[in-house]
Design a protein around this ligand. Structure first.
Ligand code: F6R
Length: 604
């Protein structure tokens, strides 16, 4: 939440805006930049998205600057307006601060600073940081920031620029991510790697409590005690093109079309004949063999991938698996022992509640395996081991390809643990290897058909998504996708639960999206569909092609090829993503940046 970008070294205002644009998915309530010109601090900030800021700056874009910091906001304290936009400044108007996170003691600090004579102009918690730096500054910006952050409770990633300090900018982190790099001429800092990969590939992730001093040719890292820290680099091999739209109308559609490639990359080097091999887990053979419990923690879409994992694993062997939303798990009195493995799933690897959940597990002596997309993210650094999904940057706020990639890695993990426990399922491994081609055919041949169905439903205000077994989490995920990008009320239920209450909602204005593929639960699904039809609901079924039992009782159908039952969640996932996409597009909405949301939820 909130994107921070900054560089020092020769550049332009436009470079600053371009870097910020790549972080816009982290928040888009307002955008702003700060740089120094002839000893004065210039701040430009506006409500709205980065393109609005760009337009506002149009006559200044080519202006040369030596250093700048920039921010795109997801509002926490204070409504989105120009005053609350970052950068925030101090009384002398020499200091600019950008911030991601929440300063929990900002109100106390603000009162203290006001009593000392500081004047505040915004409602933000961030402004206290600018005044604290002002208070502590006596020529050494690093020291002033170090003292300022000592006073803060809560979470922060901050960037600070001082118009009298020409040759450095300072960044500091506690719990909100920051990554630093230098190409020898310019040094950069950002909330994540996306704005950096066009210039550098070796980056350093700041740890909690660390500060970074960036100069044009290099950077230094310090502990809160001012001790200099050795640099530890991560190599990023994401393709720069992955962070561009490549001819698609929206990132979301592009990322759905990337799903076959994502599945194939998740499989690469991890299957041999009918076997699974995870080099990353080689030291854990004995531990995995003796497991008797799996805990899965995650939020949102990643949680749904976790639920599918549970169904898939239980199909391989009965096992004690608990899947819990991180924001609940972290406050529970949980049971963890040396035969428990906690799997934390997070695309970004920065989701605050998921991080707190794993900290809880680790404090109880438990082991944590991260499933993440972002190399070097906080989750991957704090977990004992990580399996990367290798999906490449996911720009659209709605998670699509990462969800499909998570599922694939989780399937492989389930098969791996099962095989260590003596299970053998070569036919499943074989079928997983065929999935990239199946997905590719499905997405390319079905997109326009799904669009046609979606166009019929653009005007409806409520949707009920239902499924059973391994396709029940798909219903939850389908409903989540629709509500987040089309602002439509959509609820997901186990189809068998309808009659216990939700069926009361249904009428001809409340369509039902039913997953009724040809599996062992199909007959039960047909009964549930008929119950909804009896209440005049329109039903759109996701069914297996050629299955007239289902197609004859529903209003509209989305056809999937005949597959082993455990592969359906992948295609159902893409089908629901495309349906949500076309409903939202039919309403001309801001699909990649839906209102009120942001990618990478770093607040609790
Ligand atoms: C929905 C979506 C969110 C995320 C959730 C967790 O499309 O993107 O529900 O899945 O915020 O994020 P990560 O996986 O980064 O922990």
């Amino acid at each position: 939440m909130c994107g921070i970008y900054g560089f020092i070294g020769d550049g332009t205002v436009e470079d600053l805006v371009n870097g910020l644009k790549k972080l816009e998915y982290r928040g888009y309530d307002s955008a702003g930049i700060a740089f120094a010109k002839n000893g004065s601090l210039i701040i430009e900030k506006h409500t709205g998205k980065v393109d609005q800021l760009r337009e506002f700056l149009s006559s200044n874009l080519e202006k040369r600057i030596h250093a700048g910091i920039a921010h795109t906001r997801w509002a926490t304290h204070g409504v989105p307006n120009d005053l609350n936009a970052h950068p925030q400044s101090d009384c002398t108007h020499k200091i600019a601060v950008v911030h991601n996170g929440i300063i929990e003691n900002f109100s106390t600090l603000r009162s203290q600073l006001q009593a000392e004579g500081h004047k505040f102009v915004s409602q933000t918690d961030t402004e206290v940081v600018a005044h604290l730096v002002e208070k502590y500054f006596n020529g050494d910006l690093l020291e002033a920031v170090r003292r300022a952050v000592e006073d803060l409770n809560g979470t922060y990633a901050i960037g600070v620029l001082h118009s009298d300090v020409k040759n450095e900018i300072i960044f500091a982190r506690r719990k909100s991510p920051l990554v630093v790099a230098s190409d020898g001429k310019r040094s950069f800092c950002a909330s994540d790697v996306t704005p950096l990969i066009s210039s550098v590939r070796d980056v350093m992730f700041l740890e909690d409590g660390q500060l970074a001093r960036l100069t044009a040719g290099d950077f230094e890292i310090f502990e809160s005690t001012s001790k200099n820290v050795d640099k530890k680099f991560h190599h990023i091999d994401w393709n720069e093109k992955d962070a561009e739209k490549g001819g698609f109308k929206h990132f979301m559609l592009k990322e759905i079309y990337e799903e076959p490639r994502v599945i194939s990359d998740a499989l690469t080097g991890r299957t041999y004949g009918g076997r699974i091999a995870f080099d990353e887990l080689s030291e854990w053979k004995d531990y995995l063999k003796n497991l008797n419990k799996l805990n899965v923690v995650a939020c949102g879409t990643s949680y749904h991938a976790g639920l599918i994992f549970k169904y898939f694993f239980e199909n391989l062997r009965p096992f004690n698996i608990e899947v819990e939303v991180s924001s609940e798990y972290r406050y529970r009195n949980v049971f963890v022992d040396d035969k428990t493995l906690t799997i934390a799933i997070s695309q970004s690897g920065e989701t605050a509640d998921t991080l707190e959940s794993i900290r809880l597990v680790k404090s109880l002596g438990g082991k944590v395996l991260a499933i993440s997309n972002v190399v070097g993210s906080t989750l991957t650094r704090e977990a004992d081991k990580t399996l990367y999904i290798n999906a490449g940057p996911e720009i659209s706020v709605a998670s699509t390809k990462a969800y499909i990639g998570q599922m694939m890695v989780l399937y492989l993990l389930a098969l791996h643990i099962d095989s260590i426990m003596d299970g053998k399922h070569p036919e499943i491994v074989k079928s997983l290897n065929k999935l990239p081609e199946i997905m590719d055919n499905f997405i390319t041949s079905s997109n326009s058909k799904i669009k046609k169905v979606a166009n019929k439903y653009v005007g409806y205000a409520n949707f009920m998504y239902v499924g059973r077994g391994i396709n029940f989490p798909s219903a939850l995920e389908g409903a989540l996708k629709l509500k987040e990008i089309s602002y439509t009320n959509a609820v997901g239920y186990q189809a068998g639960e309808l009659k216990h209450g939700p069926i009361a909602l249904l009428d001809e204005k409340f369509p039902v999206m039913a997953v009724a593929v040809s599996d062992e639960l199909k007959e039960k699904m047909i009964s549930n569909i008929l119950e909804t039809k009896a209440r005049n609901a329109h039903v759109v079924a996701i069914l297996t092609e050629g299955d007239s039992d289902v197609s004859s009782v529903v209003n509209d159908s989305i056809h999937l090829p005949k597959l082993p039952h455990y592969l359906y969640p992948f295609l159902v996932g893409s089908a629901f993503q495309l349906f949500a996409y076309h409903v939202a597009d039919g309403r001309n909405l801001s699909i990649d940046m839906p209102r009120n949301l942001a990618k990478s939820v770093t607040v609790e």
